[in-house]
Design a protein. Structure first.
Length: 426
């Protein structure tokens, strides 16, 4: 009872203190409240936009160093103990000395960063306290980052162009999960992306998915992609079906740009109770299903013209019955068609083979995609000539994941599975 009471006081105190706090004040508020747990120091590290580095978030009014003075300002995600904690979503001891722990900071299933906690005890109760505190800190960061330029500066490693500024403000979180489906997405080049966009939403037992590739590699492409996604959301939220939604997107682009700008795209709905996938292609590559973790199945459907052409040709509604465990891939041509300096395409086979090989590694879904995009960038020697976007959905089946499995897919500790969707499985 004593521990539970202390936990409630600390979490409640953090919430109360945060009401009138800016984002840059969160590290100080966190440190002050954590001392009530007997944790002498709690530091907060935030992942950069490409998930390569964790950066120390300084207390307001300090030079960014911890009270003990031993905290590095940056931590690489690859090849380090804190990076492994971030990748796996697991609490791990620091390599520096005993009594310190790396604790993942997760907003639901979105990886935000890490806390470094200095604690004198390390039993399971203490670990649970760390997880709960990290979860609350993630919520505070996410609710405050939209009004903080300091956060944007913290997660960026270099200058971002205007189109990318628009795109990242438009995108939903890169990872989301329920008890029957996991969605994760990535988009590169993070600082120069222009015409790509992705979107997803959950409603009434259906997962809505969308990937857009707008014409061009400039700010106008970003405007086109933003308008297409906004029109998609607008019609979807009014109850339009996929064909009606794509027609609404077409009209919005034609009304704004006449026939001078267009966008290809795939729109899809998955019924999580039955696994029935319905989708349409507007001049875009068809989805691919990775089945059984062993082979890729390209889906087939006649594409309609890209949205914005004003040709007035309708889209065919396509259907596919997914099997439990299937992974659905939506992607743009910057993944498969882009050529490296030697003139070699990355290609669909290389793309799906990478995902199939890493499926057996048991890594969380967002970590698999993070490694995919690092591999893609390495193949192109760090420079992409086109936007590259991947959206991956894993469907477990008509019944919820067993305890622990859903959490493992996204790097959560066992026993922290999200709540179920609105309706029960059929």
């Amino acid at each position: 009872m004593g521990r539970a009471s202390d936990r409630a006081k600390v979490l409640g105190g953090l919430i109360s203190a945060s009401h009138l706090s800016t984002l840059t004040q969160v590290p100080g508020v966190l440190s002050d409240q954590a001392r009530r747990f007997g944790w002498s120091e709690v530091l907060l590290y935030i992942s950069d936009i490409q998930q390569t580095v964790l950066t120390l978030m300084p207390r307001e009014g300090t030079d960014g160093r911890s009270d003990s003075g031993d905290a590095p300002a940056e931590l690489p995600i690859d090849g380090t103990a804190p990076g492994r904690a971030f990748q796996l979503g697991a609490i791990l001891p620091t390599s520096a000395r005993g009594g310190q722990w790396w604790v993942p900071v997760l907003n639901g299933t979105e990886r935000v960063g890490l806390m470094r906690v200095t604690a004198s005890e390390a039993d399971e109760g203490c670990m649970q306290d760390m997880r709960e505190l990290a979860g609350l800190v993630a919520l505070l960061l996410v609710t405050k980052r939209g009004t903080s330029d300091a956060y944007a500066r913290l997660v960026r490693r270099r200058r971002m162009n205007v189109a990318a500024e628009m795109e990242w403000r438009l995108m939903p979180p890169r990872t989301f999960a329920t008890d029957r489906a996991v969605v994760s997405a990535l988009m590169e080049p993070a600082y120069q992306v222009s015409g790509d966009a992705f979107d997803y939403a959950f409603a009434d037992g259906t997962v809505h998915l969308c990937v857009i590739d707008a014409m061009g590699h400039d700010t106008a492409a970003g405007l086109t992609a933003n308008l297409a996604v906004a029109a998609c959301r607008n019609h979807r939220r009014q109850g339009s079906d996929l064909v009606e939604t794509s027609n609404g997107m077409e009209k919005a682009l034609v009304d704004q740009f006449e026939d001078s700008r267009y966008a290809t795209g795939v729109l899809a709905d998955l019924d999580v109770g039955t696994g029935l996938l319905t989708w349409i292609s507007r001049g875009h590559y068809p989805p691919v299903v990775i089945r059984g973790g062993r082979f890729a199945v390209p889906l087939e459907c006649s594409p309609a013209p890209p949205m914005g052409t004003g040709l007035g040709l309708g889209a065919d509604l396509c259907r596919e019955q997914l099997e439990p465990g299937d992974r659905l891939l939506l992607y743009t041509d910057g993944i498969t068609e882009a050529r490296n300096p030697d003139g070699e395409e990355f290609g669909l086979d290389r793309f799906t083979d990478f995902l199939i090989r890493h499926h057996s590694d048991g890594l969380p879904v967002p970590e698999t995609l993070r490694r995919l995009i690092r591999h893609h960038l390495d193949y192109h020697r760090g420079k992409l000539s086109d936007d590259a976007t991947v959206l991956l959905l894993e469907w477990h089946g008509p019944v919820p994941y067993p305890p622990g499995q859903a959490e493992a897919l996204v790097g959560l500790p066992a026993g922290s599975a999200p709540a179920r969707l609105d309706r029960p499985a059929r």
